[in-house]
Design a binder for this molecule. Structure first.
Ligand SMILES: *[C@@H]1O[C@H](CO)[C@@H](O)[C@H](O)[C@H]1NC(C)=O
Ligand SMILES: *[C@@H]1O[C@H](CO)[C@@H](O)[C@H](O)[C@H]1NC(C)=O
Ligand SMILES: *[C@@H]1O[C@H](CO)[C@@H](O)[C@H](O)[C@H]1NC(C)=O
Ligand SMILES: *[C@@H]1O[C@H](CO)[C@@H](O)[C@H](O)[C@H]1NC(C)=O
Ligand SMILES: *[C@@H]1O[C@H](CO)[C@@H](O)[C@H](O)[C@H]1NC(C)=O
Ligand SMILES: *[C@@H]1O[C@H](CO)[C@@H](O)[C@H](O)[C@H]1NC(C)=O
Ligand SMILES: *[C@@H]1O[C@H](CO)[C@@H](O)[C@H](O)[C@H]1NC(C)=O
Length: 893
């Protein structure tokens, strides 16, 4: 089924012809416990980013290991290696970061649940009143940590793109992240900041996770009956929260119109999810342990992060086992004080324990149905199905509860729960960024929250975008003349009655520009608000409007020309034409959490790239060390081979035998002072010696005697002769042509050399001089050696090298001669067609002359003798110098 989505996206690229954007969209289903990523580029249509272990999903989070005293002397670990560290180094393992994004530090009570699941970590409040982790004294904001996580995936996606297209133009420059519909302004803003931190000029968009799943579902399903509206609920139980989104899907009767998806209701519980079940089982285990080991005090167990982490890890395992089995065996080694603990937990025990939570399972569905945005709400009976997604929706008790609520046949489990969200979010990202041409899809999103304002902290809140408002959206409201307010007034922005931002509107310039004479009816303010496609509520602009008594009509401004920007020059005013609309400066202030400033984000990005660089260097150094070590051990075994000892070149063998123990010792002693270059030099030294030995052994059967070297000289002579022959052939042929085209007075030698060779021949001829002189040099040294009788005294090793290098250059030179001959043939073919063209031109001219002569003969008989003169071929060719040849061709052809 997955292939239908891939098919759809492939068709994107067939449609996509205009702008061959060298860019890629990365979609990430960013979950609390796991994340999945997928990249789309012209080279890689919908390619899942696999983990280094080739898994389809990745652990969300990372571990930071301190290596030295310098705060930046750290190693960051990602992916599956993080999981195993959580019990050994619970303080350094930073998982489940998603719910901490955009949460205020002042609300640390919220952290109890988190800290139960992640014992030992130190969470602190930042200067911005957001959350940060302190790892061995260094503070990392949650945004920075999540950015490290995402950045690592971007790097992996970029290497995948490079693999697909080694010329390497495609890279990730757009990021589409899933977001729970219930995420607040602060949480959304924090996610967008994360995108900015990862990469320069990266654009980020947020896609509601329920919608992502539905998009994927709609593409898989495909055949919807035109005109029939179907209703679905996407029920998503992840590890941190449970959500239900009600949607309608309709294929319009006119089937050229796009499929329409519309959200109609939403319910959620941001406490219920897999994490809660894990903690419930952890409590069961912990209670049982304390019961059986009365000597262990609750207090000391709670003070031991490693013990708590072991219990949580065992609980997580047991939870997975209980999904498929009626009981799970728990075994924890050295839980505390060297006590090993074993117990068995049955599914019924677990279900009894979580009794209270069970009642909440269907809650989000009820929520989605009871608070619909549609004028004509639907009933449970109208639903075509409930699409289950999210890892925890597989827990048996969850499915049991849901089937009590809706008929079993309406529960759709067939969706590929693990990847549907990442598929849909990627498709949606491609659409939002308009990155590639796509099949149209009509998506109607509606706000699940209310967005309102209070001006000058007045009592009542005015709702700008009601719950159910379609977005993206923009709205302008007019605020009536205000009480005088210190050169400014404030607008507080509210989300579901909770303030999150204050915007100050500067009125400093208003009085100066709008006097009571020029604006007798006073000044009013038009404020424009936006609800963006990321569902960010903000003030877009504020304008002061002069209320004038005008006969033309007093409804404000009549033409664009009257607009005056505060920052632009006010020349229009000086012309006596009063401005009637004044754009006002806005100052924005987030509350209670401040978001990262551009500079903070820039510093953060710089810091991460620095860490990426040092991680890479450390990795490469480690790899170099490992390969040197492996090479040394392998060579040591190689040198023990008796054949090699007996027949190999003594000098090289001895040198190697000396180097190996030396270098092994160097590796052991050097500790951490290694330079990558030093290691690589040693590797190359060993390898060169090995190559020499191997070559020596390979050519053991070569005689390398006087006869063989004399043959080499003969070979060299033969090559010289072959070249001379070819050159002679050139001259001979040229002479022949010269005879034939004597009438044209053509410098055939020059024409010959002027013809430029096609690149495939020119490439073969490149390096002619170097090859020739190298052949001469090698030939001379062989001659000298033979003449001086030094052959017998020369090492076999050196003789072999002489022979091999002579062979190499003579083969190379022979190839060059062949290329010379190819060039020769090519040029003569060209010359031939040149002379044929000349011949044709001449004939045509003669013909024309003859004709005109005949005419002249008829009319004026006296011009005869003169005319015959010009018919001489020589007089024609004299005007046909080589310079004008080309010109003639142009005229004639
Ligand atoms: C169907 O929709 C397309 C695009 O909106 C429109 O151009 C066309 O006229 C419609 N056809 C009918 C029969 O309504
Ligand atoms: C001010 O806003 C109102 C709507 O509240 C709108 O009708 C009017 O055109 C706006 N005036 C200007 C000058 O933009
Ligand atoms: C505005 O103009 C009307 C007539 O055009 C006049 O009756 C009224 O008094 C004027 N108001 C002011 C404030 O000038
Ligand atoms: C050199 O050329 C001669 C004659 O063409 C040939 O007999 C001889 O084998 C060639 N020698 C070598 C070493 O190629
Ligand atoms: C070929 O002709 C050129 C130019 O006339 C001359 O320099 C060269 O020595 C000749 N080569 C041979 C092999 O006769
Ligand atoms: C022109 O006329 C003379 C005599 O009449 C004749 O001999 C000659 O061939 C003619 N030339 C041409 C080009 O027809
Ligand atoms: C020249 O004149 C003769 C007869 O007067 C005619 O047959 C012939 O076609 C003419 N030639 C040309 C080239 O005009």
């Amino acid at each position: 089924m997955r292939c239908s989505v891939v098919f759809w996206i492939i068709s994107i690229f067939l449609l996509h012809t205009t702008n061959p954007a060298l860019a890629a969209v990365l979609g990430i289903d960013y979950g609390q416990q796991f994340l999945k990523a997928m990249v789309v580029s012209p080279q890689a249509p919908m390619e899942l980013i696999l983990t280094p272990e080739s898994k389809r999903k990745d652990v969300s989070g990372l571990a930071i290991r301190k290596l030295g005293s310098n705060p930046d002397d750290i190693e960051r670990l990602f992916g599956s290696s993080v999981g195993s560290l959580s019990t050994r180094f619970p303080k350094d393992t930073l998982l489940h970061l998603k719910p901490l994004l955009g949460k205020p530090g002042s609300d640390m009570n919220d952290m109890t649940l988190y800290l139960r699941e992640h014992p030992g970590v130190e969470i602190v409040d930042t200067k911005r009143n957001s959350l940060a982790f302190k790892v061995r004294g260094t503070e990392y904001s949650v945004e920075e940590l999540v950015a490290m996580n995402i950045q690592e995936i971007i790097n992996r996606a970029n290497s995948l793109l490079k693999e697909k297209d080694p010329s390497g133009f495609d890279f990730v420059d757009r990021l589409s992240l899933t977001v729970p519909e219930f995420f607040t302004q602060h949480q959304r803003k924090a996610l967008l900041d994360v995108g900015t931190i990862t990469t320069d000029n990266l654009q980020t968009c947020l896609v509601n996770d329920g919608l992502s799943v539905l998009i994927n579902f709609a593409f898989k399903h495909r055949d919807f009956t035109p005109g029939e509206k179907l209703y679905y609920i996407v029920y998503d139980m992840g590890s941190g929260s449970t959500k239900a989104s009600l949607f309608s899907i309709m294929q319009p009767i006119n089937d050229t119109e796009p499929l329409t998806l519309e959200i109609g209701g939403y319910g959620f519980n941001d406490r219920l999810g897999g994490s809660k079940f894990t903690l419930d089982i952890a409590s069961l285990i912990q209670n049982r342990f304390l019961e059986q080991h009365k000597a262990v005090r609750t207090f000391s167990l709670n003070a031991s992060p490693k013990s708590l982490a072991k219990i949580v890890q065992a609980a997580e395992k047991a939870k997975l086992v209980l999904s498929a089995n009626s009981e799970a065996h728990v075994s924890i080694e050295s839980l505390i004080d060297e006590i090993d603990f074993k117990t068995t937990i049955s599914r019924s025990e677990f279900e009894e324990f979580i009794q209270e939570g069970v009642r909440d399972i269907a809650g989000p569905i009820e929520g989605a149905l009871s608070t619909q945005f549609w004028d004509d709400p639907i009933d449970l009976d109208d639903l075509s199905g409930i699409i289950l997604t999210g890892g925890s929706s597989r827990v048996p008790v969850v499915q049991e509860q849901l089937s009590k609520f809706v008929p079993e046949e309406k529960i759709l489990r067939s969706v590929n729960a693990d990847e549907s969200a990442v598929n849909g979010a990627t498709v949606r990202g491609v659409k939002i960024f308009d990155a590639f041409k796509t099949k149209p899809l009509n998506i109607i999103e509606r706000s699940v929250f209310n967005y309102g304002i209070k001006v000058q902290q007045e009592e009542s809140e005015e709702i700008i975008f009601h719950r159910g408002t379609e977005y993206p959206s923009q709205k302008t409201i007019t605020i009536d003349p205000l009480e005088k307010a210190n050169d400014k007034f404030t607008i507080d922005l509210y989300e579901n009655d909770r303030i999150f931002k204050t915007v100050a509107v500067s009125t400093k310039d208003v009085e100066r520009s709008f006097t009571s004479e020029s604006c007798p009816l006073g000044v009013s303010y038009n404020i424009t608000f936006t609800l963006s496609h990321n569902r960010i509520f903000d003030v877009d602009k504020a304008e002061a409007i002069c209320q004038k008594n005008s006969s033309v009509g007093d409804s404000g401004v009549d033409s664009e020309k009257d607009v005056t920007d505060v920052n632009s020059d006010t020349s229009k005013n000086s012309k006596g034409k009063p401005s009637r609309k004044l754009k006002l400066l806005l100052t924005k202030d987030d509350t209670p959490i401040k978001h990262m400033s551009s500079d903070e984000k820039y510093q953060c990005r710089k810091h991460i790239s620095f860490l990426v660089k040092t991680d890479k260097e450390r990795y490469e150094l480690e790899a170099a060390k490992n390969s040197l070590e492996a090479l040394l051990y392998e060579t040591r075994i190689y040198l023990e081979n008796t054949d090699i000892i007996e027949t190999g070149p003594k000098i090289h063998l001895e040198r190697l035998a000396e180097l190996i123990p030396d270098y092994l010792e160097w590796l052991e002693d050097g500790a951490d002072d290694f330079k990558k270059g030093d290691i690589e030099e040693k590797i190359s030294q060993i390898q060169k010696l090995r190559n020499k030995i191997e070559t020596y052994l390979k050519y053991l059967s070569e005689p390398l005697d006087g006869k063989q070297f004399k043959d080499m000289l003969e070979k060299s002579n033969n090559l010289s002769q072959k070249l001379a022959d070819s050159k002679q052939q050139v001259n001979d042929t040229i002479e022949l042509i010269e005879d034939k085209v004597a009438e044209f007075d053509l410098d055939v030698h020059e024409e010959y050399s002027k013809i430029s060779l096609p690149s495939y021949i020119a490439r073969l001829l490149a390096g002619w001089d170097e090859t020739l002189s190298s052949l001469r040099e090698k030939t001379t040294s062989i001659e000298t050696m033979i003449e001086s009788g030094a052959l017998e005294q020369t090492d076999r090793d050196d003789l072999l090298e002489m022979k091999l290098s002579f062979d190499e250059v003579s083969i190379e030179f022979e190839k060059k001669i062949n290329a010379f001959n190819m060039g020769k043939d090519y040029r003569f073919r060209e010359l031939l067609s040149l002379t044929q063209k000349l011949e044709k031109v001449r004939k045509r001219k003669e013909e024309r002359l003859r004709k005109s002569m005949a005419e002249m003969n008829n009319s004026t008989s006296g011009l005869f003798s003169e005319a015959t003169d010009t018919l001489e071929p020589s007089s024609l060719s004299s005007s046909t110098s080589t310079e004008t040849l080309t010109a003639i061709f142009h005229d004639e052809l």
